[in-house]
Write a protein that binds this ligand. Structure first.
Ligand code: F6P
Length: 343
């Protein structure tokens, strides 16, 4: 069999581990040949590809961050208009099944292709952990470890200077990284997109903490966190060419506002893409490998239009159409667990 693979959207630790697992499983068990399309859907639109061999080079991918295939974001309208071209490239290359590895955008396009009869098995990835119908996505654990270590370090410097420190982490629509890093690193407050915050309440919490004689205040802010409408006006970042909200630099703006309101020194750290780079944690390597093995098996079982997913300890298949209906946001009860430690 000839199987196509691509990685789409923002990169994520563990992508190479999935590619390796697909190659090792599909070639090792069935003698399949694996074609890697480069730079996400663009590789299919422009027919750019490489052959991926089941050899030492592939094996060395396990611990390597990023993606050997390159990745790109593609405007959904361009993708919709290019479905015919994508199918043509698949036919021209004799591809009998396609395994797109990606987040919401990539999997949505995979679902469109499945609707048009293309044999597709999706693999979910994102450090943001916001893909629905799977307990976790690989990449999240690595990002969480990076964020947690950074916040641990900020505690000691904040404590020494009796400062308020804001740490902005990724999470445009969902606050999973902020929530989990906040719990893991003992943040005094965590702000997530799902729960709009009141700046005055934030200030009161900070003042109360210092009045009690505590030494510092650490607040984790997801990049998509938003103030309540009447609480503070964020400079509008607008919408990018992919229809995504542009970064507003929420933590910087909130930090300035806190300083203005309570006259206390505030410092802000934006972790940005360090959360996404580098080697995957052992957890992410294992999950990515299991996803890759199961995606290859699904192809051979003819189970198309599906996405591999983690449920408890098992890897299952869920319909791509179901998994891409909505994003997985942080539910209120999960935020309340973290809130028990605020203040
Ligand atoms: O991959 C998801 C994500 O990490 C978001 O949390 C973040 O908003 C975005 O990627 C940043 O992507 P880019 O690489 O386009 O700046």
């Amino acid at each position: 069999m000839r199987i196509g693979v691509l990685t789409g959207g923002g990169d994520c630790p563990g992508l190479n581990a999935v590619i390796r697992a697909v190659v090792r499983t599909a070639n090792g068990r069935w003698g399949d040949s694996i074609v890697g399309f480069q730079d996400g859907w663009r590789g299919l639109l422009e027919d750019r590809k490489i052959q991926i061999f089941n050899d030492d080079r592939t094996d060395r991918l396990l611990a390597k961050g990023g993606t050997m295939l390159g990745t790109a974001r593609t405007n959904p309208d361009v993708l919709r208009a290019g479905l015919g071209q994508i199918k043509k490239t698949l036919d021209n290359n004799g591809i009998e099944a396609l395994i797109p590895i990606g987040g919401e955008g990539t999997l949505t396009a995979a679902s469109w292709l499945a609707d048009e009869g293309v044999p597709v098995v999706g693999v979910p990835k994102t450090i943001d952990n916001d893909i629905d119908c799977t307990d976790v996505t690989f990449g999240h654990d690595t990002a969480l470890a990076v964020a947690t270590e950074a916040i641990d370090r900020l505690h000691t410097t904040a404590e020494s200077h009796q400062r308020v420190m804001l740490v902005e982490v990724m999470g445009r629509h969902a606050g999973w990284i902020a929530l989990n890093a906040g719990i893991a690193a003992g943040a005094h407050l965590t702000l997530i997109p799902e729960v709009p915050f009141d700046v005055e309440e934030v200030c009161t919490m900070i003042k109360r903490r210092f009045q009690r004689g505590d030494s510092h205040f650490i607040c984790v802010v997801a990049e998509g966190a938003n103030p309540q409408a009447d609480s503070m006006t964020l400079r509008d970042g607008g919408i990018d060419e992919f229809g995504h909200i542009r970064f507003t630099g929420v933590a910087q703006q909130l930090g300035a506002e806190i300083e203005r309101r309570i006259g206390k020194e505030v410092r802000t750290t934006v972790l940005g893409h360090v959360q996404r780079g580098g080697t995957p944690t052992a957890y992410d390597r294992v999950l990515a490998t299991r996803f890759g093995v199961h995606a290859a098996e699904a192809v051979h079982a003819g189970k198309f239009g599906q996405m591999v997913a983690l449920h408890g300890t098992e890897i299952d298949l869920v319909p791509l159409a179901e998994a891409t209906k909505q994003l997985k946001l942080v539910p209120p009860d999960r935020y309340n667990e973290a809130a028990a430690f605020f203040g």
